[in-house]
Design a protein around this ligand. Structure first.
Ligand code: MSP
Length: 664
């Protein structure tokens, strides 16, 4: 990023599930920030896109029963439609399957290889296919689970290319020391410093088991690790390493906005790759917190995400944008709720900015024939004070926005609104209007309120792009407030104002009770949401194979798909711990068949053998047999995964049911 240019990026989103509010968050923040910079005349570039390679994506396509390419195209369309619906205006969308991106990735690989930073070896470790990551686990844990996904990890041993990350420990520490702004906020910087100071292992950067990826140059039996591939999007999109674009010199280095979940990739691996290749480093990795629901990260894993279609049915884009930026201190985690969104919209938007606009404009219409009086510089002390307060609000807003403290920036603007509101109330223009001798005072009050409103609308336009335009045009002003630099606008410099005539509330008041009831009805589903029945431990989480072509959306199955799963009632006859396996119980269960079956279940840490003997349970009866610890498991029992630690709670019946009875 050069002197007067601004390059900002969002993470590129995995196309394994449809977008939710968590994805929209980073994107809306970046969109708002770009609008803010553009409004101030800064040559800005906003990049977003999709991360489309890897085992996760392969699995999602397999679950739908469609080719991977068709799957990624479908989810790409969903992301693009979601961002368009939110009014996001990005400059470029990068897909990791774009040929120019693949070219850049292979080029960076070759450079690192030529410089001696890549070597071939063998990697063995515990891998989570959902995180796409080998996990560090306790050495005495022989059946580790992914702490994010509550799924068993896969033991993988394969030939792999490695990046000499260990060689970058000191250079990285020097970087964090020399450039404290490189990772922000400080709490994240400290986290990264202690991680790197603890020692860096070389990084496995290729997979032989994953087919859907970019081939390793010169060894196509390997594909490039998705994170190596994905991070390079930030430069390939500008044309580094390819001939499709030529924007690298103009815009690089970037401000990367990322969630704290992907801190290490951006603050450790990415600068190490760039240092290795001799490429200039990003300006800043700014790390924000997570949107929470019920205290947990909102996301597809927990099924607790706020869905965008529900939001759009009840709220406008500006309400959503304002709420996210005002409610959650950027950089920290923040709980978001529909109630909170309604409350903020009503108090800050409808009763705050909206009310100031309509009362000011209505009075100008009623008392001045719709023509705003001109502000006089020496009109009154009180008016001069308002002018001063607005200038202060502007300065604070700019400073906080530049520091990415969006919530505080909005507080400053709303402090300005409160000042004008008080000024109007104190001066009671409705009384002045009745007294012809008070005409000059009335005009001063209305001119001041109008002018303050005009400056405030320009200020908040990046956060409220739609309603600021609406208010602007109701004010009789020409053009677009998003295209006028508030810092260049002077008090009273709007000369060409047309008659104020049509006034309508910019933010209608929301009926909380009605909206909450509607949302509850829309989001209530017959299946348990927070704690879905899950396979627990004993069986590998195989992707469900569905006939999917008929399923309209990802994650939706037809009744034909469901029928394939043979769920049967059973009774546990015997149970014992499996030696040297902390988590496994060996169960003998009666499914009403000629012979009882043996099933291994990963519940030993929560159920003692004697707790389960005699219990009526539900078994997936047609699961392919699988060997664990040399013992064959012939089926899987169902349990809900509850709470943060995913504690299993066995599914059962409230009434007597014979063994073998089918659930459908
Ligand atoms: N594909 C990787 C990123 C590669 S960047 C080179 C990835 N994708 S993701 O789709 O899983 O998540 C991307 C980002 O979405 C997160 O870092 C974060 O910015 C955002 N969020 C997803 N869920 C979120 C919340 N609940 N809250 C806030 N942001 C969230 O990781």
């Amino acid at each position: 990023m050069k002197e007067n240019t601004f390059y900002v990026t969002t993470p590129i989103y995995y196309v394994n599930a449809k977008p939710h509010l968590g994805h929209a968050y980073t994107t809306l923040v970046v969109d708002t920030l770009t609008k803010f910079k553009r409004q101030r005349g800064v040559d800005s570039f906003f990049l977003t896109g999709t991360d489309e390679h890897g085992i996760n994506i392969e699995r999602a396509a397999e679950a739908k029963g469609i080719p991977v390419r068709q799957h990624v195209d479908q989810v790409l369309d969903e992301f693009k439609a979601a961002f368009a619906r939110l009014g996001v205006e990005y400059d470029r969308w990068i897909r990791t399957i774009d040929p120019h991106h693949e070219e850049s990735v292979q080029k960076l690989w070759r450079i690192l290889d030529e410089r001696g930073y890549i070597y071939k070896g063998s990697y063995e470790g515990w891998f989570c296919g959902y995180c796409n990551e080998f996990k560090d686990v306790d050495s005495d844990d022989d059946e580790p689970m992914c702490s994010t996904h509550h799924r068993p990890l896969d033991r993988l041993a394969e030939e792999s290319y490695f990046f000499k990350l260990s060689a970058f420990q000191q250079p990285l520490l020097d970087l964090y020391e020399a450039r404290p702004e490189f990772v922000q906020p400080d709490v994240r910087r400290n986290e990264v410093i202690s991680f790197v100071a603890g020692g860096l292992k070389d990084l496995s950067i290729s997979r032989v088991s994953v087919k859907w990826g970019i081939p390793v140059p010169g060894d196509p039996s390997h594909t490039i690790y998705v994170w190596f591939d994905a991070l390079i999007n930030y430069i390939s999109a500008l044309g580094w390493g390819n001939d499709k674009y030529h924007d690298f010199d103009r815009y690089w280095p970037a401000l990367h906005m990322v969630g704290k979940d992907i801190l290490r990739f951006h603050a450790v691996y990415w600068p190490a790759f760039l240092m290795g290749a001799g490429i200039e480093l990003p300006r800043t990795v700014f790390v924000h917190g997570m949107l929470l629901r019920g205290g947990q990260k909102m996301g597809k894993t927990l099924g607790n995400a706020i869905q965008l279609d529900v939001l759009h049915r009840h709220f406008t884009n500006d309400q959503i944008r304002y709420y996210l930026l005002r409610e959650v201190a950027f950089g920290q985690d923040g709980e978001v709720t529909y109630q909170g969104l309604i409350d903020r919209s009503n108090s800050d938007l409808a009763d705050g900015l909206g009310n100031l606009a309509s009362r000011t404009l209505t009075m100008i219409k009623n008392y001045c024939g719709g023509k705003p009086p001109r502000p006089e510089s020496d009109a009154s002390e009180a008016a001069a004070e308002v002018k001063l307060h607005i200038a202060e609000a502007k300065t604070r807003f700019n400073g906080e926005f530049d520091a990415l403290n969006f919530s505080r920036a909005l507080e400053a603007a709303w402090a300005g609104i409160a000042v004008v509101d008080k000024f109007i109330t104190d001066n009671q223009p409705w009384k002045l209007a009745k007294d012809p001798s008070a005409r000059p005072r009335l005009e001063t009050v209305l001119a001041t309120a109008y002018e303050a409103l005009r400056h405030l609308v320009m200020l908040v336009a990046p956060v409220l792009p739609v309603t600021s335009r609406e208010i602007w045009s109701q004010m009789g002003l020409a053009g677009d407030p998003l295209r006028i630099d508030p810092n260049a606008a002077a008090w009273g410099d709007a000369l060409d104002i047309s008659k104020i005539d049509h006034i309508s509330p910019a933010f209608p008041k929301l009926d909380k009770e009605k909206i909450m009831t509607e949302i509850e009805n829309e989001t209530a589903t017959p299946v348990v949401k927070e704690a879905e029945p899950q396979e627990i431990g004993a069986q590998q989480a195989a992707p469900p194979t569905t006939s999917g072509a008929s399923a309209a959306t990802a994650g939706v199955i037809t009744i034909d798909d469901f029928i394939k799963v043979e769920l049967r009632a059973a009774t546990v006859l015997e149970a014992e711990k499996v030696p040297k396996a902390d988590k496994l119980l060996r169960l003998i269960v009666d499914l009403g068949e000629a012979q009882p079956r043996q099933i291994l279940a990963g519940i030993a840490q929560h159920y003692a053998p004697e707790d389960v003997v005699g219990r009526k349970i539900i078994v997936v009866a047609n699961l392919a047999p699988r060997k664990l610890r040399g013992l064959e498991s012939n089926g899987m029992l169902l349990a809900a995964s509850v709470g943060e630690d995913g504690r299993p709670v066995l599914a059962t019946f409230g009434e007597e049911v014979p063994n073998g009875a089918r659930l459908k």
